[in-house]
Each structure stands twice: as structure tokens, then as C-alpha cells.
Design a protein around this ligand. Structure first.
Ligand code: FE
Ligand code: FE
Ligand code: FE
Length: 244
């Protein structure tokens, strides 16, 4: 039963998946890929099962993006091959986070500039560097899969950045500006954590070890940034906003 599954988080020991579902455990049949996409919304921390065995497939014979009839799924597709609906969904999500990261390289310098405290400005500047590394890691993920990157726009990130810009404008000159910036930035980090968590789960399930190693580095950076922002809010920004 799905709700009884125990899932390994990317960075912490075994935990019960709070949503009661694990992307890594879903069976793909019928419109299974759609089920996985829906479950992604609940898959906050990228629940992962422990890997067993080595990379099960390192090359892909058919690179069409057209999904094949699920009922005609062959054995190599169900055991981690690179020609199935989950693999196509994996490529879509990789392209989506690639777009999100690229949008952030333009938004983070504006957030750094708007920050009142030196600590928050430095945090944004350092995360900009990490974001650039994350973009290069995603390119390496595509290389490791011998796939080419699709062009895609992450609409969620567009919305989060738009909302962040709005609140920055509204709070300009206010003692609450840093608290507002942190709130906007943490929404972004949580979106990234959710996406990388899902991608880690899928990479693990399909046996893409190189991709998994790269994606894990990025999710760890996002989680550390989220924690750093919480610390800055609690130690500085929220009090400043309250006293203003
Ligand atoms: Fe990122
Ligand atoms: Fe997106
Ligand atoms: Fe980030």
C-alpha cells in the first residue's frame, strides 16, 4: 500500500513520506506518466529508494519524444531502459528546471541589489554562483544521458519571479524589505527542492547514477540555501521588519 511506504530522503535518514506517496514507487501503466506528474506536486523531498545494482542502461536506441503505446511496453522499458514514458518525463522536467535556473541568474542580482543587509546580499550573490554551477550540472546530466536539451520555459518560476518583483517594489525603502526578499526567495528554493527531489527519485529508479550524483549536489545546495535564509530571517530580517 502506497501510504505505508517508507522513503529515503536525499539528505536525511529513512523517513515516512508525509504525503503518503513516493514518486519512485509508482508503477507506469496506462497513463502512468500522468500519475507520476501529479504526484510530483506532493513529492517535496524527493523520496528515494536505496539503489541496488549498477547503471542498467547507458545508451538509447530511439530518441523520439513520442510516447509509445504503454501496452506495448517491452521488458527493457520496465527495468530502467531509456525509451519509456518516465524517461520522457524526466527529460521534460530537466528542461523545466534548466529554464528555472536560467531565469534565476537574471533575478538573483536584482534581489542582491535590493537587499538591505550585507549578510542577505552576500547570500544572494553566493547563490547566484551556485545557480550558474547548477546550470552547468544540468548540461552534464543531458550529456551523461546522451540526450539533447529541449527548449522549455518554466512558467512556475516566471510567476514566482514576477511575484517577487512585485513585493520588492511594494516594500522598497521599508524595514521589511529583507523579510520580503527572504519570503520570495524561499518560495523559489522550495520549488527547486521539490523539482530536484523528483528528478533524483526518477534518476535513481532508472539507474542513471551519473545524473543522480549531479542532481544530488544541486538539491543539497538548494536545501542549504533555504536553511541559510531561515537563519537570516530569524536572526535579523524579521526583527528589523517588526521594529520598523
Ligand atoms: Fe537552483
Ligand atoms: Fe517549472
Ligand atoms: Fe536555488
Amino acid at each position: 500500500m502506497l501510504h505505508e511506504r517508507r522513503c529515503a530522503d536525499v539528505t536525511t535518514p529513512w523517513v515516512i513520506d508525509p504525503s503518503g506517496v513516493c514518486g519512485s514507487r509508482l508503477q507506469l501503466s496506462g497513463n502512468g506518466a500522468m500519475d507520476v506528474a501529479l504526484v510530483e506536486n506532493f513529492n517535496r523531498k524527493g523520496a528515494m529508494k536505496k539503489r541496488s545494482g549498477k547503471n542498467q542502461s547507458s545508451s538509447r536506441s530511439n530518441k523520439t519524444t513520442t510516447r509509445r503505446n504503454p501496452s506495448a511496453q517491452s521488458e527493457d522499458e520496465s527495468d530502467g531502459g531509456m525509451n519509456n514514458a518516465l524517461h520522457e518525463l524526466f527529460l521534460e522536467e530537466l528542461a523545466d528546471i534548466y529554464s528555472a535556473e536560467q531565469q534565476l541568474t537574471k533575478a538573483l542580482p536584482k534581489m542582491a541589489k535590493a537587499a538591505e543587509s550585507d549578510e542577505l546580499r552576500e547570500a544572494f550573490e553566493e547563490h547566484l554562483q551556485q545557480t550558474e554551477e547548477q546550470i552547468s550540472r544540468l548540461e552534464q546530466v543531458f550529456e551523461s544521458l546522451d540526450e539533447s536539451m529541449k527548449r522549455k520555459t518554466c512558467k512556475a518560476m516566471q510567476g514566482l519571479i514576477e511575484e517577487g518583483a512585485e513585493i520588492m517594489q511594494e516594500q522598497k525603502g521599508s524595514p521589511a524589505i529583507d523579510a520580503a526578499l527572504i519570503a520570495a526567495a524561499q518560495k523559489v528554493e522550495h520549488y527547486e527542492i521539490a523539482t530536484y527531489g523528483t528528478l533524483c527519485t526518477w534518476a535513481d529508479q532508472m539507474g542513471h547514477q551519473d545524473a543522480l550524483d549531479l542532481l544530488k549536489q544541486s538539491i543539497e545546495e538548494e536545501e542549504a540555501t533555504d536553511e541559510r535564509l531561515t537563519e537570516l530571517a530569524e536572526s535579523l530580517a524579521n526583527q528589523r521588519a517588526e521594529q520598523g
